[in-house]
Design a protein around this ligand. Structure first.
Ligand code: HGY
Ligand code: MN
Ligand code: MN
Ligand code: MN
Length: 414
């Protein structure tokens, strides 16, 4: 006898075991993961996920960006599917849960429905989006951005990593160029379950984040052109110092974000010096400024100010300054009816919860452009993520997965 929806729960041990098994692929050097997109480790993770899904009776589809769609049929062949998505790729010093929790919680929901032989009217599809992190190939959320029709396939295929390897070539190398046109699939609804990657839920002692919005983002890639010269024999007045310009721009980005509090962040995670020799002043410095805010006016105001101030700093030092946008999305408002369904599921299951804005970007931010979409979050220890020490408890993982289960079965109709 199929259980009534009310008492449905996921199997927390099975979810946790799957997370720990997946974490063995692409191990980091400090207990986390280095499973960057389109590497052999990513390929291995994709095949493990595929085997698990096929063992659960799911059928695989792959699009030309390599995104994996694993389908559990519904009783109504005309009903649009309910999607549960996230990503298996990680940062170079990533954690075991960023993205992976959402993909494997989707699988756990299917496994739990299979256990009790529960059918849904709408099909359920689990998506593993290619290149969510944007660590190896900018921008982040690349495949979901193409799927949403915001980025085009040729642009995506032409993105290169720090060794100059093209996205399209690497996708072909690991054998994941799928047949499906990107974005051909239509969604009834999209859910993404993700660790918060910030300190709020843990500090407020809440089990569930009901995600109402996501902040917007600009990734501004600066190329500063100085003059390569000897660091020892070149007199100070003669220097065309791109490194000094970079340092002053970093300080200005910090000041700009602090002047836009509350609700703005700004910083730099990646810099390259050329020729990057300790006794050669750099001829070129390349870095990406990452600014974000849930407030569109603040977000665009910071971009305008940073670009203008950077040009001024460079000019004062006689340094060339070029800037290219390598990532952008506007602040996102998630679908109120799905947000309310998540909130009601948390209430029904007796989990403490609070509304929250997502600080990080997610594939849900692009899905929200083409379908009703929302997110569920669980706390993470010390709010830490994009760090190998990223950690959550099994209880936190379970609570969010149960909320996801109930929000999904209500939307997919059992
Ligand atoms: O950058 C982000 O917010 C996400 O981790 N890709
Ligand atoms: Mn993520
Ligand atoms: Mn991430
Ligand atoms: Mn915009």
């Amino acid at each position: 006898m199929a259980a009534s929806g009310e008492n449905l729960r996921i199997n927390p041990d099975r979810l946790w075991d799957s997370l720990m098994e997946m974490a063995k692929i692409g191990p980091g050097i400090a207990g986390g993961n280095n499973r960057q997109t389109l590497t052999d480790a990513d390929n291995e993770a994709r095949h493990l996920f595929r085997r698990w899904c096929e063992a659960a009776g799911l059928e695989m589809g792959v699009d030309r960006m390599g995104t994996m769609f694993m389908t559990r049929a519904g009783t109504d062949p005309d009903a649009l599917p309910v999607y549960i998505g996230s990503h298996l790729d990680t940062q170079p010093t990533g954690g075991k849960f960023d993205g992976v929790l959402g993909v494997l919680a989707g699988l756990e929901i299917v496994r739990s429905l299979n256990d009790l032989n529960i059918a849904t009217r709408h099909p359920i599809v689990i998506a593993n989006w290619t290149n969510e992190e944007g660590a190896r190939f900018a921008p982040a959320m690349l495949a979901s951005g193409v799927f949403a029709g915001v980025l085009d396939l040729d642009y995506a295929y032409g993105r290169t990593d720090s060794e100059g390897r093209r996205f399209g070539d690497e996708l072909a190398r690991i054998g994941w160029v799928g047949e499906e046109d990107v974005g051909a699939r239509k969604m009834h609804a999209y859910f993404e379950y993700h660790i918060e990657q910030g300190p709020i839920l843990e500090a407020e002692n809440r089990q569930i984040g009901v995600v109402t919005h996501g902040q917007g983002l600009w990734w501004l890639e600066f190329t500063l052109t100085g003059k390569e010269a000897h660091t020892g024999s070149t007199p100070m007045p003669m220097r065309v110092n791109a490194g000094l310009a970079m340092a002053r721009i970093f300080e200005m980005v910090q000041t700009t974000a602090m002047e836009n509090q509350p609700g703005a962040v700004g910083g730099v995670g990646q810099v390259a010096f050329f020729p990057n020799s300790r006794n050669v002043l750099p001829g070129k410095v390349v870095f990406t400024v990452d600014i974000r805010s849930p407030d569109q006016t603040k977000l665009n105001g910071m971009r305008t100010r940073i670009e203008a101030q950077a040009a001024k700093i460079a000019e004062e030092l006689g340094v060339g300054c070029a800037v290219e946008v390598v990532g952008h999305f506007d602040p996102v408002t998630f679908a109120p009816e799905l947000v309310e369904r998540v909130r009601a599921s948390a209430e029904k299951l007796g989990y403490s919860h609070m509304d929250i804005i997502s600080g990080a970007g997610h594939d849900a931010c692009w899905a929200a452009k083409i379908a009703p979409a929302t997110m569920i979050m669980c706390p993470c220890v010390d709010g830490l993520s994009h760090n190998e020490a990223e950690d959550i408890s099994k209880e936190w993982a379970m609570a969010g997965a149960n909320v996801l289960l109930h929000a999904v079965i209500e939307t997919a109709e059992i």
